[in-house]
Design a binder for this molecule. Structure first.
Ligand code: EPZ
Length: 437
């Protein structure tokens, strides 16, 4: 089991650059299957979910190739069956529904895995595909989607602005016959980014990143390919900013889009941080002797609201802020499983489903805690930066799903933070080496 050791009490200083956005790269890897030309994705971080995506692509007959930080996606004629173990490893397997339905005519998807954030239905993906003419057969643990002939463009309203469903329907509509209008679409920056990629490949899309998206279908695969630099990861940028707010110091997050995390930066400013933002970088400064201010009443929402993925990061900042605060996550039922770890470090928190109540405390102490999910794990690591003593965050494999090397990034900024294996894992590995001679 991966675990991370953090010794609190150090302030942070320096510059850090977020990698390409995980929530762009994962759908882009799937979207490459729609293209008859070769594609290249630049600056792709080494994430567990990227590895799983490359494995999934190979399993369906594509031949992706990683060259340093770039991923080459040669044209392919993929099959439609996604292996259960891969699909179960990540939520992003759902992004392969539309491309495989388009290219192979049918797709069988074991119900996707991912973070334990609560129920992760895909009804909007399936309802939208059915509206485009697909036949959907949803079983208890898998779904099979088929098409007889080309999908047909339609006017479809999403019952809620699902990021994943918007991407599924955008990809399906690009290759359908006729025009599609998506209403009530999600507007996250990653959606506009995927649309830029698809347009480079020949798709005809207008309005991506707004609630109404219009697509003129190609009536088949996209004719071209693309060399694409995905947008920087706004949640990773928010993670580094939260780390400075918690630990104190001054850090510049560079080569990013501050506008993509404006709500979070506004929250940090209200909590007592100095924020100076330009078009492609921002600096967070907090004197460790100065107090953090609570009294926040945050509600997450779809873009441009307060991003759900930053809710645990905001909680980490508020644990030692003066006053009572509350965070409500409107998207996921189990967003605050990390509250258990906060409490183990001495925080005064109460998690009740979608709500987290916080009463700020003066000091936190080190503890051994368990990462419940990706962003909850990141929030526990950040919290430990300000806890007295050395904490251990176990099950840190969750964190590797979304950050290439969060401990390394924080250590480069001055934190005492390092990843390692549990002793039993090291022993097992050594034993294996001995046995294999
Ligand atoms: C994407 O998940 C991201 N994952 C999540 O990031 C992010 O938290 C989420 O969008 C919201 O921004 C990836 O892009 C791989 P949704 P997704 O569909 O697409 C409900 C992280 O930490 N819903 O917008 O699954 C759903 O249950 C991860 O990086 C339906 O009811 O999110 C949830 O309550 C975590 N039916 C809400 O919508 C559907 O068919 C938002 O889900 C689809 C979704």
């Amino acid at each position: 089991m991966e675990r991370i050791r953090i010794t609190g009490g150090r302030t942070l200083a320096g510059r850090v650059r977020p990698a390409a956005a995980k929530n762009s790269v994962l759908p882009l890897l799937a979207a490459g299957l729609l293209c008859e030309g070769p594609c290249v994705l630049r600056g792709v971080p080494d994430l567990a979910d990227v590895d799983a995506s490359l494995e999934l692509l190979r399993a369906v007959g594509a031949q992706p190739e990683r060259r340093g930080a770039d991923i080459l996606l040669p044209p392919s004629r993929p099959g439609g069956r996604i292996p259960t173990d891969i699909a179960g490893a990540m939520r992003a397997s759902v992004f392969y529904l539309a491309p495989l339905l388009t290219r192979a005519g049918q797709v069988e998807l074991p119900l996707p895995g991912g973070c334990r954030l609560g129920p992760r239905p895909i009804d909007i993906h399936l309802d939208g595909l059915a509206t485009l003419g697909a036949q959907v057969d949803a079983g208890a643990d898998r779904v099979t989607v088929r098409r007889a002939g080309l999908l047909q463009g339609a006017d479809y309203t999403l019952r809620l602005p699902s990021v994943g469903a918007t991407l599924t329907l955008l990809m399906a509509a690009c290759c359908a016959q006729g025009d599609t209008t998506l209403r009530g679409a999600a507007c996250e920056p990653e959606i506009a980014d995927v649309a830029v990629f698809l347009r480079k490949c020949g798709a005809r899309i207008e309005g991506a990143g707004t609630p109404v998206v219009r697509i003129r279908g190609m009536g088949g695969p996209l004719p071209g390919g693309a060399d694409h630099d995905p947008v920087p990861d706004r949640i990773a940028a928010a993670t580094y900013a939260a780390a400075v707010a918690v630990a104190g110091g001054q850090v510049t997050v560079e080569q990013c889009r501050p506008g993509h995390l404006a709500a979070f930066l506004r929250f940090l400013r209200a909590a007592g941080c100095e924020i100076a933002a330009g078009p492609t970088e921002f600096t967070v400064r907090r004197d460790p002797a100065s107090p953090l201010w609570g009294g926040a009443d945050l509600r997450t929402g779809a873009w441009p609201g307060f991003a759900t993925d930053t809710a645990p990061l905001a909680a980490a900042v508020l644990l030692r802020a003066r006053g009572d605060s509350r965070i409500h996550d409107a998207l996921f039922q189990n967003r605050f499983a990390c509250a258990r770890g906060f409490a183990a470090m001495g925080a005064r928190v109460r998690a009740d489903g979608r709500d987290l109540s916080i009463r700020g405390v003066q000091t936190l102490h080190a503890a051994t805690v368990t990462a419940p999910d990706l962003r909850g794990g990141a929030a526990l690591i950040i919290t430990a930066l300000a806890a007295r003593g050395t904490s251990v965050v176990q099950d840190a494999g969750h964190v590797r799903r979304g950050y290439q090397d969060l401990p390394g990034d924080l250590a480069a900024l001055g934190a005492r933070c390092a990843a390692g294996q549990t002793l039993s894992d090291v022993a097992k590995k050594n034993l294996l080496t001995v046995q294999m001679g």
